[in-house]
Structures are given as C-alpha cells and as structure tokens.
Design a protein. Structure first.
Length: 232
C-alpha cells in the first residue's frame, strides 16, 4: 500500500485567471478532483493528502466533502514544493500513523490524467530504488542557452527526457535527504528528484504518458477537453 501526495500550492499566475488553475472546471469537474480520483480509484493507494495554498484551504475542504466520503485529507502547503511535501509527510506521520518506510507518490494537482499503470510502476520501483520519476523521451531538438538569448549547446536529444510526475519515494528517505542539504542548496532545489540527486542518489525513470500533461496555459485546457471528449 502507498500514499498519494497532491501538490496544490500554486496560484496559477500563467493561466491569467483569478482562481488557481487546479480549481478551474474541466468538463464538469474541477481539475484537482479529476487528479485525486485517479489515485482514489487505485487499490494500492490507501490515502490521499492534498497540500493546498492556505488561502484556498476552506475552498478545497468543501470540494473534498462534496466529492469524497473519506480517504482524502488536507494540509497547508509550504513556501515551495519541498516544503509542501514536508507538510504532507508530517500529516501522514502525525495523523495517519505512517512509518518511515511508507511509500509516497507525489503528483502535480494539475496533471489530471494519471493512470493506474504509472501508479503500478511507481510503487513497484520502490523495490529496487530510493526514488523514481515518470518521464518521457524528448521528441523535439533541445537547445541550451546560458543567457536566454544565445544558443550555448545542442545536447543529444536521445539523452534528453521530459520530467513528469508522480515522483515516488519513502517518507523517511525524503526527510533524510532534506536535512542533509544547506539552506543555500535548498533554495536551488526545484523538486524531490533534484533533492535526492544532490545527495548522491540515483534517480530512476518510469515511463510517463503523452496524455499525462500539466495544465499550465489556456491551450492546455483545450487539449485536455478534447482528450476527455474523445474518450467519453
């Protein structure tokens, strides 16, 4: 069995809306509800913890009461992604009796198309690694620019991957990794995989999905809507 941690602390500034994008309607349901349902329907996910922006805590609490009859819990998000994950872990330990070896799948609130195969593969990977992430091989040519204006390098495309979520690890391992980096290093860490990597751990890859898109811009909602309607 495993836990799912939904990272939902963003405010959706790139979407250009008054409401954070995880709460926007997607074919009749808020995006975050579709995301949670992807985990709630999996037999090996025993509980789901949502780390939410404190300003939207009450709103999210009402959504949970409306759509779920238990198994979904809520805690405040933190200053950044890893702070939010820390809050999720603390909630799991304090309120759900989770031990250091329990598996946690962390996932973006705005990736509503998580499927059971990715969850299965993520949990299975914990038998042989400390952390894994969903990722896809890059299909476009990738360029590197040091200043955002001039091309610095052309990395080999066959070595490039696009990182997705879930990112999966055991509770105790994350906490060990976090206390072993300096505050300066912590400011540079964008997600759990980089945290483990900076501590000398191998980050394993499980296959992502082209449909596992992150809803960032209005055009992403158009793509997501088309996908849902096509599969209805």
């Amino acid at each position: 069995m495993a836990l799912a941690g939904i990272v939902a602390g963003g405010i959706g500034s790139r979407m250009g809306t008054d409401m954070p994008k995880q709460f926007l309607d997607l074919c009749g349901e808020p995006v975050i509800i579709r995301t949670i349902k992807g985990f709630a329907s999996h037999k090996d996910v025993r509980s789901i913890i949502v780390g939410i922006n404190p300003d939207w805590y009450d709103y999210m609490d009402e959504l949970i009461k409306k759509y779920f009859n238990g198994g979904v819990y809520l805690t405040n998000g933190g200053y950044d992604r890893n702070d939010t994950i820390t809050n999720i872990i603390n909630y799991a330990e304090d309120r759900l009796n989770s031990g250091k070896d329990e598996i946690l799948l962390t996932h973006d609130a705005v990736r509503p198309f998580i499927n059971h195969r990715m969850i299965d593969d993520s949990i299975a990977a914990m038998e042989y690694c400390d952390i894994c992430t969903a990722a896809l091989p890059a299909t476009d040519t990738i360029i590197l620019s040091e200043d955002g204006k001039i091309v610095s390098d052309f990395p080999l495309r066959e070595k490039m991957f696009k990182v997705q979520t879930p990112q999966t690890f055991r509770l105790g391992e994350f906490k060990k990794m976090l206390v072993s980096v300096t505050q300066e290093e912590r400011r540079k860490i964008t997600d759990a995989c980089k945290l483990f990597y900076m501590n000398g751990k191998s980050v394993h890859i499980i296959a992502g999905e082209e449909t596992n898109i992150k809803l960032t811009y209005p055009s992403d909602f158009e793509t997501a809507t088309a996908f849902i309607r096509h599969n209805a």
